[in-house]
Write a protein that binds this ligand. Sequence first.
Ligand code: SAH
Length: 417
Amino acid sequence: MTAAGSVFLKPGKERSLLRRHPWVYAGAIAQVRGAPAGGDLVAVHAADKRFLAWAAWSPDSTIRLRCWSFREADRIDEAWLADRIGAAVARRRGLDEGTDAVRLVYAEADFLPGLIADRYGDQLVVQMQAAGVERHREALLDALCHASGCGNVFDRSDGALRAREGLPGTSGVLRGEAPPDVIEVREHGVRFGVEVRRGHKTGFYIDQRDNRRRIADLVRAFRARHGRAPRVLNCFCYTGGFSLAAALAGAETVVSVDSSADALALARANAERNGIVSTPASAAHPPAAGGGVQWRCADVFEELRAMRARGERFDLIVLDPPKFAANHHQVDRAARAYKDINLNGLRLLDPGGHLLTFSCSGAIDADLFQKIVAGAVIDADVECDLRARLAAGSDHPIRMTHPESEYLKGLWLERGD
Ligand code: SAH
């Protein structure tokens, strides 16, 4: 395709593009030549007219340009987009060994700004979150089907990001058959039902795969070391990902908390899928030793305090809350919320226990998150070692020139004896 226009940046505003960061904000633009429409290809130039990048024009977004390529010789056409899709799918090969839920395309990290494509078995679920990929929807879908061998594609472009691009939300069948209400996937031996039509994101938190596996490893290691099975608490459990991994690895008790009754209904169904019998959920009656798997519909902030008042104790705790900070303005409030759950979580952790704690707020970077959790460790008056920093699985690559692709950060802490 030929460029529909040329964009010239204000003096000095070329710096982030020279570091190959793929976004240009509206305020950095000095002049637009031509009349590009949403999603059109434009050439981006510095104030001194130097070529900087090829980008897609997003007239309604504060991120006005999303770069496809920084190489002037590249021809950005449908063949180029198909090559990017092919490369994204190819770099996931081998990753699907333990699972049939894989992110095949991760937006900016795969040089396809705004495009998410997840595979659940032979079903693809896509999100087109920027004008550029929206413009080339059909070509991208053809390339995705070709590269992945999947014929069924469902659209979940109904998130908040589309509105910021001035695009209407869309959802529905794009290719092939309509997906069943629940698609069953298997991840490292655990079965999960995924609702691609109405679940969070594209239906499942694929990004936590490695960390769900880690909790299973921790359960086994705890048993080997302490000669007894651990008591596990999973806060913000959604459809039971960490809970089922822990239960199947042999945890003594798994208490899971979420405020969504719908998510908990799916979590229970997922437990049944794996032959796990849930104990009646009643926050007022904590499970006895060997109490199995219990789902509690409650607010985590309140429930952590209530559990402390009841004297409940745990050996392994997972805190995987939703995004507390949607943007930079919400960082302070979010920091207080992270501090609160980590402090009250640590107060329930027995000596020798482990905490896996996460933040998926892009606006809170890894350093700040670690500082917040360190503050909670101090206030809880416990000693903890940082055993490892955790991240999303390698199907969510972190592009070094686009730090925003590292949204999921986790810390694995071990409490001293
Ligand atoms: N750990 C999950 C994903 C967590 S998503 C997994 O691996 O699949 C975040 C969850 O937090 C959602 O299910 C949402 O219902 C729940 N949630 C949000 N705010 C909450 C609150 N204050 N108390 C309890 N649950 C909450």
